[in-house]
Design a binder for this molecule. Structure first.
Ligand code: ATP
Length: 218
């Protein structure tokens, strides 16, 4: 089993997430790509963060037409803050030692990884796919790896050997300048978000009056 683990706040999920995930799934020949919406992210500022049940439901709607995509509620089933290392440990227990786990994230998120809980342990549990994202060059990632793991890979390396036989890849995806922040901002101003996210997600947002009504915020 080759399993992608794609974490995020998905507040809301958008085409940048979906296109990126599909490109990674294909490039790394993954059997499944699991989207894992964070329940209580330790780092993201909270005023704009809507209830996890809505974010989960929108993610489910967004992936429903892709048989290789799925949504995991694992971080919603745990109490307390959502730490990726605990999620990866749980998937490792569930899928066993033989499963190839690929932790998928954008370079913007990777550059923050030193602030996550037990990043070294996370590197020991999974392979890593670091995706390009407009505005965030890959080159600072080497300093992050050197700070956490004490390794100094060549700056032009496309893949890097991690401890415990795991690998980290820098993966170029189509540049897509869509973010959840952009979508929330447009909704707040009553602007169109058509084609920035799946139609089913847009309908869900509009019918539940999300991102335009402060009462929906957690
Ligand atoms: P926000 O604007 O609220 O910070 P976001 O658009 O960055 O949200 P997240 O849910 O925080 O979305 O992102 C989940 C993961 O998806 C992260 O690893 C992030 O780097 C990646 N990602 C999000 N948007 C894109 C994009 N347009 N292209 C490539 N990767 C992306």
């Amino acid at each position: 089993m080759r399993l992608g683990i794609f974490g995020g706040t998905f507040n809301p999920i958008h085409m940048g997430h979906l296109i990126t995930a599909e490109q990674v799934r294909e490039a790394f020949d993954l059997d499944r790509m699991l989207f894992v919406p964070s329940a209580r992210p330790p780092h993201k500022p909270s005023p704009d963060l809507i209830d996890g049940a809505h974010r989960l439901e929108m993610a489910r709607l967004a992936v429903s037409d892709n048989p290789r995509f799925d949504v995991s509620a694992i971080e919603h089933e745990r109490s307390g803050r959502s730490y990726s290392v605990e999620t990866a440990e749980a998937f490792r227990r569930e899928w066993g030692r033989e499963a190839a786990l690929y932790f998928v994230l954008g370079i913007d998120a990777f550059l923050e990884i030193a602030t996550w809980r037990e990043p070294k342990k996370l590197f020991a549990l999974c392979n890593f796919v670091i995706n390009s994202r407009p505005g965030f060059p890959f080159d600072q990632a080497h300093q992050v790896l050197s700070d956490i793991l004490g390794i100094a890979p060549p700056t032009d390396a496309q893949s890097i050997a991690l401890p415990h036989g795991r690998t980290l890849w820098f993966h170029d995806v189509f540049p897509i300048g869509i973010s959840s922040t952009l979508i929330r901002d447009r909704l707040n101003r009553g602007r169109s978000v058509k084609y920035l996210l799946p139609g089913s997600v847009e309908s869900y947002i509009l019918s539940h009056h999300l991102y335009s009504d402060k009462e929906n915020r957690s």
